[in-house]
Design a protein around this ligand. Sequence first.
Ligand code: G3P
Length: 222
Amino acid sequence: MRTPVIILNFKAYRESFGERGLALAKICEEVAKETGASIVIAPQQIDLSLMVKEVDIPVLAQHVDPIGEGSFTGHISPSAVKEIGAIGTLLNHSERRLPPEMIKSTVEKCRDVGLETVVCANDIEMGRVAASFGPDYVAVEPPELIGGDISVTSANPEVVSGTVEKVKEVNPNVIVLCGAGVKNGEDVRKAIELGTEGVLLASGVVKATDPRSALLDLAGGL
Ligand code: G3P
């Protein structure tokens, strides 16, 4: 992914799957082309292949499992996600938590097939542990701020700067992002001032009455 970056997590909102999700993805593509901003989307798994085909911006899965190919009913294989054209995946999001050993093995499987990994961390210590597994990105997101109206960059800037510090101590190659409550360009600017290379967000755009305006404002902060 080109940084600084805005990753829009579609989650499982009604507004962000199927035809409505595709319309949202096309807005993201338009804003990316209009502004030159690096905008990446993480649609629901059911729409991954559709989004890769229909829009010309990078697409992430929201989760994959540490499996190869074969008899793994109900799992999501990294090799299949790679083959359909996604560039990577979120892992260990607060809403899809994994045990540390599973994060480690999934990062390894993703590396083997060439998928970028954005490992989510709820606090500084988890960010440090996540960095030790060698992902491409660590995204710190305090769960209590997710979906709220106050950005982590205002409510708890120390968790952002502290995660940057600890992650870089463990592995200087890991890029730090932050998320939770990010809503506007000022929040993005603060995230970058705090040492991150971008943001992960959802409701500020997916639930916005005017997603295009919201995304244009956010892109202005990069
Ligand atoms: O993955 C990003 C997400 O957890 C943040 O949610 O709604 O606070 O932007 P939101």
